[in-house]
Write a protein that binds this ligand. Structure first.
Ligand code: F6R
Length: 260
């Protein structure tokens, strides 16, 4: 696990964008795992800028959303498929046919989840998965005590997560209770995991994920088992870390040949 402490969310966004640019240049048909929420927005803004100003080409890339709400009507502005189109894929020229999200409106959710897993495998697996972290330590919508081996399935949101996400909806009452999310096992299959966490509200979740015991009470702690995880955190999100000095020292002395 690499922990890089950066000055602000824009710098974190540029670092993640560097990793994604390097991947897409080396492998134009790369498969990206796409998070929603506010954390990845600086990444999407930076990639949209590079696409517009520098011609960074995403036309052959494929995208898979991490999660989706259950029960929002098609076209709802807060459905994660819509959010991804609006915030990222339409801005970088990825055709909607190349973007998939779990189907939160399926009549048979269990079958739809199994099909989603199969689609990811058929695409060759996810090369780089962007992640944010919930204040309760969730990744995707794998809430506390999710199985560390879970696959894509329906989950019930905690009230804390519903309250955190109410800012995207008109009121708390409009936030769905259920979601379909890639499981922790699904996320762990991606080849590179890039977590972006910014703001003081994420400090205790980041501390538990990076330096706590691996335990289902903090789902993000499972990332400690992944061979290639990059945590991009701003000063505020890093403020609870015990080994902050070591992470800075490691970054300052990183061999020049070693990439993110
Ligand atoms: C969203 C997702 C969630 C968010 C997390 C943090 O696709 O998977 O895990 O990353 O809830 O949300 P923000 O970034 O809005 O604080």
């Amino acid at each position: 696990m690499e922990v890089i402490i950066l000055s602000d969310k824009e710098e974190a966004g540029r670092f993640a964008a560097d990793a994604i640019e390097a991947l897409v240049v080396a492998k134009p048909e790369a498969v990206l795992g796409l998070a929603t929420g506010s954390s990845p927005l600086p990444i999407y803004d930076e990639l949209a800028r590079r696409h517009a100003e520098e011609g960074l080409d995403f036309s052959r890339t494929r995208g898979f959303a991490l999660d989706e709400y259950v029960g929002l009507p098609a076209g709802h502005p807060e459905s994660y498929w819509e959010v991804l189109q609006r915030e990222f894929t339409s801005r970088v020229g990825i055709d909607p046919s190349r973007v998939s999200a779990p189907n939160g409106s399926a009549e048979d959710i269990a079958t739809a989840c199994a099909e989603y897993e199969a689609q990811i495998v058929a695409a060759g697996g996810i090369d780089l998965q962007i992640l944010g972290i919930g204040t309760d330590g969730h990744i995707g919508f794998n809430e506390p005590v999710s199985s560390l081996a879970s696959r894509t399935r329906i989950k019930t949101l905690t009230e804390q997560t519903r309250q955190d996400n109410a800012r995207f909806f008109g009121s708390l009452g409009e936030v769905p209770h259920h979601v379909v999310t890639q499981g922790l096992g699904t996320i762990m299959d991606a080849r590179h995991l890039v977590m972006i966490a910014t703001g003081a509200g994420k400090a205790s979740a980041v501390k538990a994920a990076v330096e706590g015991p691996v335990a289902a009470i903090c789902p993000a702690s499972v990332l400690q088992f992944h061979p290639h995880v990059t945590f991009l955190v701003d000063e505020a999100a890093a403020s609870g870390l015990s080994l902050g000095g070591y992470y800075r020292h490691t970054w300052n002395n990183k061999p020049s040949w070693q990439k993110l």
